[in-house]
Design a protein around this ligand. Structure first.
Ligand code: FAD
Length: 231
């Protein structure tokens, strides 16, 4: 697929827009990931969650942090006009948009990417599912899609976007929450526990921490939590 655009989100994070070839009209689901590789290194393939949703047609978007070999190569070197190979969307990290379900999405750093897809999808379809994103970042400079999440929250009365900063200077002017995500904060968001599905996505330590909070501290059954571990 042609790299149509490369958009900086943060100094170390970019969104890649990949144009579908003419006549390509794949069926896929919001929350899935694609697998990318460069034409000169076909054996080196890496997965990236779609940050666009299944209603976005004609292109895929992935949002990539400058980390490791593939992350660094894409963020530093991907340019519009280049070609990348793309394996079809796969994965079961899918939003539970059945009527009456609430989604509580726990993210840290770049792990927020599939939740942008969830919220875009629900907002475009005017779904009534309550979606809450709890997003842990180091500082206010590390919030990916900050403006877009606030716009979506203004448009979608069922969506709430809450950020907690873990490494802000004590004198920083941020009036929002500080410190790590904890059980009390997650619990505050729950309205109807049996109809709540919890999500966590990102590097393994963040996902394992979220599992500890939801499954262990809050005692939620495993069947009500979906995770996507990036390694
Ligand atoms: C389902 C799925 C979805 C994903 N979605 C995304 C996404 O949306 N966005 C995203 O940015 N990533 C995502 N990833 C991660 C992505 O696939 C890559 O693993 C990531 O970009 C790192 O590239 P790499 O594997 O080539 O890194 P590698 O070079 O194999 O390195 C792997 C890890 O080791 C660390 N490392 C490497 N060398 C060293 C060293 N010398 N010292 C210390 N640490 C080192 C790297 O920082 C990195 O964290 C996803 C992964 C999966 C499985």
């Amino acid at each position: 697929m042609l790299v149509e655009s490369v958009t900086p989100e943060l100094p170390d994070t970019k969104t890649l827009k990949l144009k579908w070839p003419d006549g390509h009209n794949p069926e896929f689901q919001t929350g899935q990931f694609i697998t990318l590789y460069w034409p000169d290194a076909p054996e080196y393939k890496r997965a990236y969650s779609l940050s666009s949703c299944a209603l976005d047609r004609g292109f895929y978007e992935v949002t990539i942090k400058r980390e490791g070999k593939m992350g660094t190569r894409i963020v530093d070197w991907a340019k519009p006009g280049q070609t990348m190979f793309v394996l079809p969307p796969a994965g079961k990290f899918l939003p539970a948009f059945e009527p009456g379900k609430q989604l509580i999405c726990i993210a840290g750093g770049s792990g927020v990417t599939p939740f942008r897809a969830f919220v875009r999808d629900a907002t475009k379809r005017e779904l009534e599912n309550k979606i809450t994103v709890l997003y842990s970042v180091r500082t206010t400079n590390d919030i990916i899609f900050n403006a877009e999440f606030h716009d979506l929250a203004a448009e979608n009365p069922n969506f709430n976007f809450y950020v907690t900063c873990t490494r802000l200077h004590p004198e920083d002017k941020w009036t929002g929450r500080r410190g790590r995500i904890d059980a009390a904060w997650v619990k505050e968001q729950i309205h109807d526990l049996p109809n709540t599905v919890f999500y966590a996505c990102g590097p393994n330590p963040l996902v394992e921490f979220a599992e500890q909070v939801v499954l262990h501290d809050l005692g939620v059954p495993k069947t009500q939590m979906k995770t996507e571990k990036w390694g």
